[in-house]
Design a protein around this ligand. Structure first.
Ligand code: NAD
Ligand code: ZN
Length: 346
């Protein structure tokens, strides 16, 4: 089969590789579409190899069950679905209580195995996945469905965890209206009556934010925090979702979140929020504010995200590319020229 592989740090190649054999408890998926996440760019730029052998990227996978391994009963070939990306143990107390994204088997700082970021992912004609990761999508289009596996899941999880702050009349700031953020805005619109203020450096992404339902958009500049304080009567926003995570956006989040507000770190830009333990009013957070480093989401969050998409409440904007054109799609993402999500079709 053809696959897009990370062969050396920063180097992507289309190569012919064997079709994987589904092992015990696994399904072989004929890939219909595979989304491109900005996290892959972080991986591409690591100065070392993620694993010794070449890695097939792709953690937003949609497709059809092509074959079943031993003990993968309960499924049939031809079923259509997407792949839940936290390949958790399913047995630990976190998994048992539905917090699979922080599975104990992963230890303190690692994430559970994720396709395309350890095991081979979906940028190929076929991929083998644990049977328990398969989430049906009915007759949804594969290109529309694939990005739900991360862009929707991760946004949904971060928003669900801040629901107490998202009451009518509250303000939610979405920093970065990219692949994740433009879906996050739609989820906020679908689930809450909060006022949405979107912040992006790129005017085209600010237009996209408006199309997705943002009530206000702001350019990301040195005085963006002051603008948010003006919009909120000096108090700050009840929730700030940072889908970028660089120094500037992390510090914007700290400066614009309000008392008891929810600051959610989602973007993985290694940003330093510069939080101190001083009294409110200094460079630190206001009283009562919480910070959560939000990873992925639970399997239930994914099922709920699929339901929102199937009901037409959210719709990922996609740009489709052939698998062979994958390396070029990554270049366009890096240049900020993807509107919504780039999706590869093998
Ligand atoms: P993307 O490239 O599609 O979108 C990024 C957006 O941020 C773009 O619209 C860009 O114009 C905007 N932006 C860039 N710099 C900015 C700045 N300084 N201020 C305001 N806006 C700015 O990326 P994506 O796929 O949406 O991913 C976003 C981030 O989330 C990445 O760091 C990715 O690794 C991370 N991520 C985290 C998780 C998680 O579980 N925590 C899951 C998926 C992705
Ligand atoms: Zn991702």
């Amino acid at each position: 089969m053809r696959a897009l592989q990370l062969t050396e740090p920063g180097r992507l190649e289309i190569r012919d590789v064997p079709i994987p054999e589904p092992g015990p408890g696994e399904l072989l998926i004929r890939v219909g579409a595979s989304g491109i996440c900005h996290s892959d760019l972080h991986v591409l730029h690591l100065p070392f190899k993620v694993r010794d052998e070449p890695l097939i990227l792709g953690h937003e996978i949609a497709g059809t069950i092509a074959a079943l391994g031993d003990r993968a009963e309960g499924h049939t070939t031809g079923e259509r679905g997407i792949v839940y990306l936290c390949w958790s143990c399913g047995k630990c107390p976190e998994c048992a209580s539905g917090n699979e994204n922080v599975c104990r088997a992963a230890g303190r700082v690692a994430m559970p195995p994720c396709p395309g970021l350890g095991p081979d992912g979906g940028m190929a004609e076929y991929v083998a996945v644990p049977a328990g990761s398969f989430v049906p999508i009915g007759d949804m289009d594969f290109v529309a469905a694939a990005p739900l596996a991360d862009a929707a899941l991760t946004s949904y999880h971060a928003i669900r965890g801040a629901r107490d702050q998202l009451y009518p009349g509250s303000t939610a700031v979405v920093i970065g209206a990219g692949g994740l953020g433009h879906v996050g805005i739609q989820i906020l619109r679908a689930l809450t009556a909060t006022r949405i203020v979107a912040v992006d450096t790129d005017p085209d992404k600010r237009d996209l934010a408006v199309e997705c339902g943002a009530h206000e958009v702001l350019a990301a500049t040195a005085d963006t925090a002051d603008r948010i304080l003006e919009l909120t009567g000096g108090r700050g926003a009840e929730a700030v979702f940072d889908f970028v995570g660089v120094d500037a956006t992390a510090q914007l989040a700290v400066r614009s979140v309000g008392p008891n507000g929810a600051y959610r770190m989602i973007g993985l830009g290694d940003g330093d929020p510069g939080i101190t333990a001083g009294p409110a009013g200094g460079p630190g957070l206001p009283w009562g504010a919480t910070v959560r480093k939000s990873y992925g989401g639970t399997k239930r969050d994914l099922i709920d995200s699929v339901a929102l998409a199937r009901a037409g409440s959210i719709e990922v904007r996609t740009q489709q590319f052939a698998l062979e054109d994958g390396a070029n799609a990554y270049v366009l993402l890096e240049q900020g020229r993807i509107r919504g999500r780039a999706v590869l079709v093998p």
